[in-house]
Design a protein. Structure first.
Length: 371
């Protein structure tokens, strides 16, 4: 998605080229090691935080001007502001369309990192970033609720491949005549979000696959490491589909991109549920370590609270998505059938994931040594 945004922002270079450049950059960062990787993600997180806070404040200053259409006047009716003027459906739409789906992943991963046996300065930085992200997510949801009516059809632009066009902040800026350079910063913030999410997901899955290989739960080929102990083969395998997509996109173009976006879980339901499961395991590990005073455990209230916040937020977003995608209420002239079809297409990755998981479990059970 980061490469897709860059291709739309700078069309002289096609999507496949941007994708290849991003993947190669990720590989370089991974090979630098875990510490450099964590520092890179923290730096991107801080930059993204500053950009989004600045843009959100600017959007509020724009929508506070007089002479705008009544439906875009925030707090005109204090009990029915903006997107919340739709009961439960309006609130659900606000949460879903304010770009909050991936945020639980950021918060939860930072909470886990904060509890790791690392330096005090690094854990303190995670403390600050966790609660800054939590405040920013809540702030963005409120901004979306008071600035853009949930009935605005631009929020559900089913024809656009660039999600930034459906961002409430972007819509508010366009509606109230914000300068064009602010949309450039919005694009940069969006690219950072997608880049860090993809980097965390692929890096984490690579490390997990290598650890499974150590426990004889995955093929030994995934265990290949370099002198510094980095899972080289896992990194290459994780990046291979993206590199191969360069060839696919050059032949099939837009149709491949659409299918890839839909099959990868555009609404991120699977990621949200994974975050919830990770939260349960993290809470269980917290309780186990607290019962063992010998353990050098650094976790505390911050890590546990951030884990609860991330998991709860993801659950709310999943319910919001189901309500907005499959609920009885429709947006303007958009047919309910079109909304349902668009939502169900986004779930194409679920049977793929289940099939791969069951195949893996059956294969490992068959190959497991007897006795």
């Amino acid at each position: 998605m980061a490469a897709q945004s860059m291709a739309m922002f700078y069309p002289a270079i096609d999507f496949a080229t941007w994708l290849t450049l991003f993947v190669l950059l990720l590989l370089v960062i991974w090979f630098l090691g875990t510490t450099r990787f964590a520092q890179f993600l923290t730096l991107l997180g801080l930059l993204k935080l500053m950009i989004m806070i600045g843009l959100s404040v600017f959007a509020i200053s724009l929508i506070s001007r007089k002479g705008q259409p009544p439906e875009y006047s925030p707090f005109r009716n204090w009990h029915h502001p903006g997107a919340f003027n739709g009961g439960a459906f309006g609130i659900a739409a606000t949460l879903f369309f304010s770009g909050t789906v991936r945020n639980g992943l950021d918060i939860l991963s930072l909470g886990v990192r904060e509890s790791s046996p690392s330096s005090t300065r690094y854990r303190s930085g995670c403390h600050l970033l966790v609660w800054s992200l939590a405040a920013l997510r809540s702030f963005n949801a409120v901004v979306a609720g008071v600035s853009v009516p949930f009935t605005d059809l631009r929020l559900i632009d089913l024809t656009s491949l660039n999600p930034i066009n459906s961002s409430p902040v972007a819509i508010a800026m366009k509606t109230y005549g914000g300068p064009s350079f602010t949309l450039i910063f919005l694009q940069i913030g969006s690219i950072m979000t997608r880049f860090t999410a993809a980097s965390s997901a692929i890096y984490g899955s690579s490390r997990a696959a290598s650890e499974l290989a150590e426990q004889k739960q995955a093929p030994n080929a995934l265990l290949v490491r370099n002198d510094s102990g980095r899972a080289v083969s896992c990194f290459v395998i994780a990046a291979l589909p993206a590199l191969l997509s360069f060839i696919a996109l050059s032949e099939y173009g837009k149709s491949v991109l659409v299918y890839a976006a839909e099959s990868s879980g555009t609404p991120m339901v699977f990621v949200s549920l994974t975050i919830f499961v990770a939260h349960l395991k993290f809470s269980k590990e917290l309780r186990r370590r607290r019962q063992n005073p010998v353990n050098n455990f650094h976790g505390g209230f911050i890590s546990e609270a951030s884990s609860w916040f991330g998991a709860s937020f993801c659950c709310v977003v999943v319910l919001s998505q189901l309500w907005t995608g499959l609920g009885p209420t429709v947006y303007g002239d958009v047919l309910s059938v079109e909304m349902d079809a668009s939502t169900l297409r986004s779930y194409l990755y679920i049977p793929i994931t289940v099939t791969v998981y069951l195949g893996y479990k059956l294969c490992r059970r068959t190959l497991r040594p007897m006795g």
